[in-house]
Ligand binder design. Structure first.
Ligand SMILES: [Zn+2]
Length: 200
């Protein structure tokens, strides 16, 4: 299970903080609710493309000694299962959907430039999520008048801040800004796990 590392600085600052396992060690297990601190359990690596970074970052993992499941602490500037940072995705969505830049132009102007198909994928996912995002974000900010849910959602992200919105959606509601992959819907946990813990 992934939860958020409550830290929104740069990629480099994040990497420096990782050295200390006590920094942000979860005080209880979010999966079995055991009320004791989790044990540091190494790292996994994932790729990340940010505006000034393209490489591999480490993600710290903790183990619950009671249920023997792991929890990983994802930095707030990334979205689960997506290689590009939240900032890169947000800048692209704004340029294309609010700024009216053509798909290829927005992809070419992205930092770093990227194949337009990647942006097309984000847009498709964002459109599918927009109505639900507006409803969820209404707890944080006033919905602005807008011609459709896509524009309204973007305006709400802009006024709240993308990281703050993502933190609220993910940490509070287990809602993925671009939607969970089908195998992990609706809350980002493996379906097998959900069915295993469902009451019978
Ligand atoms: Zn546990």
């Amino acid at each position: 299970m992934q939860i958020l590392h409550p830290f929104a600085g740069s990629v480099q600052q994040y990497a420096e903080q990782l050295a200390n396992p006590d920094c942000y060690r979860p005080g209880h297990c979010p999966q079995c609710q055991a009320k004791h601190p989790l044990t540091a359990h190494g790292f996994y690596t994932r790729t990340l493309i940010d505006t000034a970074f393209d490489g591999v970052i480490r993600v710290r993992r903790y183990l619950c000694q009671i249920c023997q499941r792991t929890v990983s602490l994802l930095p707030e500037f990334v979205l689960p299962y997506l290689r590009c940072s939240l900032t890169v995705i947000a800048l692209f969505l704004i340029a294309h959907l609010l700024g009216g830049q053509r798909l290829a132009a927005a992809a070419g102007a992205a930092s770093p430039p990227m194949p337009y198909q990647r942006g097309q994928f984000w847009i498709r996912r964002f459109r599918a999520q927009a109505e639900a995002l507006c409803a969820a974000l209404a707890a944080l900010t006033q919905p602005a008048p807008a011609p459709d849910f896509v524009h309204r959602a973007l305006t709400m992200f802009e006024s709240t801040g993308w990281i703050a919105s993502h933190r609220f959606l993910f940490a509070g509601m287990r809602c993925h800004l671009l939607g969970w992959p089908r195998s992990l819907a609706p809350d980002g946990r493996r379906a097998a796990l959900s069915s295993a813990i469902a009451p019978t």
